[in-house]
Design a protein around this ligand. Structure first.
Ligand SMILES: *[C@@H]1O[C@H](CO)[C@@H](O)[C@H](O)[C@H]1NC(C)=O
Ligand SMILES: *[C@@H]1O[C@H](CO)[C@@H](O)[C@H](O)[C@H]1NC(C)=O
Length: 343
C-alpha cells in the first residue's frame, strides 16, 4: 500500500516537474518583443533603407544548345539557362532577365541596362560568339563598377574558367582536372581574410564544415592550379584565391576566388545544384548543403541590392524570365531537371 502511494507521489511529482519545464519554455516564448511594450504598429515601421535596392534584377547569360544533348531542341540557334540558376536567384529575393547570348548586340545591350548584376553559368562552350559575348559583358561589368555603379558578377564553373581565360588574355591557360560529378570540401587558404567575400556571413559552424564535409558539388574537367594563378601576373593582380580543392588524382585547383577590387566572385563549384538539381546522386542535399546554396544566393543578391541602377519597371517586366516557360527534362535522369530554352 505504502509502495503504491510512493509510486503515485513520484508520478505526481514528475508530472509537476515536466509541467513546470513546459511552463518555463512557454514563459520564454512569451518574452518575444511583440508581447512587450515596444509593439510597433504598421504605420510606425521605419522607412526602407533608401541606399539599398530592394527590387534587384539579375541577368543570366544563356549557353549554346538545349542543355539536353538535343533531346529538347535541335534548333541551330537554341540556347538555354538551367532553371536551377533562376531558382537560386529567386530564392534570395531577386528576379531574372535572360541575356540570350545570340540575340542582336543592341538587344543584349538594352537588357544589360535592365539588370543589377550578372551570372555566368556552367556549361562547356569556350569559343565563338558565346566567348565573345561573355568577354564583352565582363568588360561592361568592370566599366560599370569603375564608373561607381556597383554591379556584381557571379561566375560559376565554366564562368570561372572563361574569366580565367579573359583576364589572363590566354585562351590556353586552363589545366585539366579529374573533377567530374563529385561532391567535395573547400580548403581555405591559410590566414585568409573572408570579410567582404562570399563566406563572410556563413554561420561559423557551416564554414568549418565546408573544409571537412563534402558540401559543394564539382563537375568540371578544366580549372586552374593555385600555382599557375599566382605566377600569372594578370590573374594574381585581379583575383585573390579563397579556397582550393583536390581532384580525384590529388591535383589541387582553385575552387573559390574573389576579385581584389571588384564585386566579382568566381566559383569552380555549383552553389545552385544542392537545392535545385537532382539528376546526379553525387549532389549533396543535406540541410547543411542546402544552407550553402542559400548563403551563396543571399551573398550575391545582397551585393545586387547595392546597385542603385533603377531601370523603368515596364521594361523590366517585359523582359523577365516569367515571359518564358521552363521545360521539365529530369525524367531522362541526366543533365538538368528543368531548363529554359530560347530559339
Ligand atoms: C534531335 O536530333 C536527334 C538525332 O537525330 C533526335 O534523336 C532527337 O529526337 C531530336 N530532338 C528533337 C527535339 O526533335
Ligand atoms: C532562331 O531562329 C528562329 C528561326 O529562324 C528565329 O525566329 C529566332 O528569332 C531565332 N532566335 C534567336 C535567339 O536568334
Amino acid at each position: 500500500m505504502l509502495y503504491v502511494i510512493w509510486i503515485s507521489l513520484l508520478l505526481v511529482l514528475s508530472n509537476e516537474l515536466s509541467a513546470s519545464v513546459n511552463a518555463h519554455s512557454t514563459d520564454a516564448l512569451l518574452l518575444l518583443p511583440t508581447h512587450s511594450h515596444a509593439v510597433v504598429s504598421g504605420q510606425r515601421c521605419p522607412a526602407a533603407d533608401p541606399n539599398l535596392n530592394f527590387g534587384p534584377v539579375i541577368g543570366i547569360v544563356s549557353h549554346p544548345g538545349d542543355g539536353a544533348s538535343g533531346r529538347l531542341s535541335n534548333a541551330t540557334n537554341a540556347s538555354y539557362i538551367a532553371a536551377s540558376y533562376v531558382k537560386f536567384v529567386e530564392s534570395a529575393g531577386a528576379r531574372v532577365v535572360p541575356l540570350i547570348y545570340n540575340e542582336p548586340p543592341e538587344v543584349l545591350c538594352k537588357k544589360l541596362s535592365l539588370v543589377n548584376g550578372v551570372i555566368f553559368t556552367g556549361g562547356s562552350s569556350k569559343t565563338g560568339l558565346y566567348f565573345e559575348v561573355v568577354t564583352s559583358i565582363f568588360k561592361d561589368v568592370l566599366r560599370k563598377n569603375d564608373a561607381g555603379d556597383r554591379f556584381p558578377l557571379l561566375a560559376i564553373c565554366l564562368g570561372f574558367e572563361l574569366l580565367t581565360m579573359i583576364v589572363s588574355k590566354d585562351n590556353n591557360i586552363l589545366e585539366r582536372f579529374s573533377a567530374s560529378d563529385q561532391a567535395s570540401t573547400l580548403q581555405f587558404v591559410e590566414n585568409i581574410d573572408i570579410s567582404g567575400t562570399v563566406f563572410q556571413r556563413f554561420p561559423p559552424v557551416l564554414l568549418n564544415k565546408l573544409s571537412t564535409e563534402c558540401l559543394v558539388m564539382q563537375n568540371h574537367k578544366f580549372g586552374i592550379s593555385p600555382e599557375k594563378l599566382q605566377k600569372t601576373e594578370r590573374l594574381s593582380r585581379f583575383f585573390e584565391i579563397l579556397t582550393t580543392t583536390a581532384d580525384t588524382d590529388d591535383k589541387v585547383y582553385v575552387s573559390t576566388a574573389q576579385a581584389h577590387r571588384y564585386p566579382v566572385t568566381a566559383l569552380q563549384w555549383h552553389p545552385e545544384k544542392n537545392a535545385f538539381e537532382w539528376a546526379s546522386s553525387s549532389i549533396p542535399h543535406s540541410e547543411d548543403a542546402i544552407q550553402v546554396t542559400q548563403n551563396v544566393a543571399n551573398f550575391f543578391i545582397r551585393e545586387a541590392r547595392l546597385s542603385m541602377h533603377r531601370p523603368s519597371s515596364q521594361e523590366v517586366l517585359d523582359n523577365l524570365i516569367y515571359n518564358y516557360s521552363p521545360t521539365y527534362c529530369g525524367k531522362a535522369g541526366k543533365g538538368y531537371d528543368e531548363v529554359y530554352i530560347f530559339s
